[in-house]
Design a protein around this ligand. Structure first.
Ligand code: PLP
Length: 399
């Protein structure tokens, strides 16, 4: 077996192969600058909403090219705030792909809306604009596209479909910070975009999220929603020398803290280099799996920078010894933290019971789910650890 060499990876020389070390599928990268940035906040007057929230938002805005950014406490909060800003309510339908994390669908239900699943393209696992067009009707109030694994959806096609029906297009780009689509950064392509800063994501704030948009109206609604539906935050009340505030709608506490934003500001400086490292590691996987039978990677479109959040392989069940489950269990036994992203959302019990979804709703997503495994991918993944992963997978293949 020939394993791929990665001569230009900085860590290569100092690596000590450790065959027992646990390799997670994803993890954060932190340096001394990040730690110092957080320590400075801990010594300051502001722990929660202070000056760093606006500074972090300005930095996200400048990275994405969006006119506005509103930071919140998680990617889930970002999606929920978007659904609230769009006024999703009982009787409204929202179209989304089933190949996503629970949060994308749950936030629709929290607003009383009905999730409608459109199947994915079998090669990219991105929502298929043709399937979206088939599901659109006069109850549709939004379409959520998920930039699965870090790759941008086919936004031109999705925008055309949404424009025909005058429906807003939302990007769940929780996997895709730092990615681009036809020369535009993710965050400035859809009408509203949600990002997550959970530790396995491109940058982290511990927990955290942000919404980007070009709409001032949506931004103001999201700013209210993250702060109980109150019309002014404490800084504005202090500036206006007033104790008074109005509750305009029943919002939530989805505020992000200055502690988190200090970390986010420091992490954003390293995003470009981390996306490059993720791409280099993914290309090495592509090269390796391109030479062996029984495993394929997902198709990479050539319309932008892939943020490479996840590296997902699809197994040929006839050529894999014992199939996906055995491969998964054996890799875990070898301390390789493989994962599966995702079981189609509508196959979960709540969605089956509440909405009556059944097997067969989205055949491409279901077929992919049966064959998929997510392999470790993060900026600090060493060459020797990546080789350990490749070797472990290839040992599971027949012949
Ligand atoms: C596609 C997708 N959407 C939404 C979320 C929710 O983000 P968070 O964990 O920050 O709430 C995630 C998190 O894993 C995700 O992968």
């Amino acid at each position: 077996m020939i394993l791929v060499c990665v001569p230009d990876r900085r860590l290569a020389k100092q690596e000590m192969p450790d065959s027992n070390k646990y390799i997670p599928y994803g993890r954060h990268t932190l340096d001394e600058d990040d730690i110092q940035a957080v320590c400075r906040v801990l010594r300051s007057d502001w722990l929660t909403t202070g000056p760093l929230v606006a500074k972090f938002e300005a930095k996200v805005q400048s990275l994405t090219g969006a006119d506005f950014a509103a930071a919140v406490s998680s990617g889930t909060a970002a999606l929920h705030a978007i659904m609230a800003a769009l006024g999703i309510k009982p009787g409204d339908e929202v179209i989304l792909p089933p190949m996503t994390f629970a949060a994308t669908a749950n936030v629709i239900v929290h607003q009383g809306g009905t999730p409608v699943f459109a199947d994915v393209d079998p090669d990219t696992l991105l929502i298929d604009p043709g399937c979206v067009a088939q599901k659109l009707n006069d109850r549709t109030r939004a379409v959520i596209a998920v930039d699965y694994a870090g790759q941008a959806c086919d936004y031109d096609a999705l925008k055309a479909v949404c424009k025909d029906s005058n429906v807003p297009l939302v990007a769940d780009a929780c996997h895709a910070l730092g990615g681009s689509y036809k020369g535009r950064m993710i965050g400035s392509v859809a009408d509203l975009t949600a990002f997550s800063f959970h530790p396995v994501k491109a940058i982290t704030t511990g927990e955290g999220g942000v919404v980007t948009t070009d709409s001032q109206e949506y931004t103001e609604k999201i700013q209210q929603f993250r702060n109980h539906g109150i019309d002014m935050d404490h800084q504005h009340r202090a500036e206006a020398c007033s104790w008074e505030y109005q509750i305009e709608s029943p919002g939530l506490n989805y505020r992000i803290t200055d502690i988190q934003c200090a970390l986010g500001i420091s992490q954003l400086d390293k995003l470009t280099s981390w996306i490059e490292q993720r791409n280099r590691i993914a290309e090495q996987y592509d090269l390796f799996f391109g030479t062996i039978d029984g495993v394929s990677g997902l198709k990479k479109e050539d319309y932008g920078v892939h943020a490479r959040h996840l590296y997902v392989i699809l197994l040929d069940p006839d050529k894999t010894r014992g199939g996906r489950r055995v491969l998964f269990e054996e890799l875990r036994q070898k301390e390789i933290g493989v994962n599966v992203h995702y079981k189609p959302v509508y196959l979960h019990p709540y969605y089956q019971k509440r909405f009556g979804f059944r097997q067969g709703e989205c055949p491409h997503a279901e077929q992919a789910y049966e064959r998929m495994v997510t392999l470790p991918l993060y900026p600090g993944l060493s060459q020797s650890d990546q080789e350990r992963v490749c070797r472990a997978v290839s040992e599971m293949l027949e012949g």
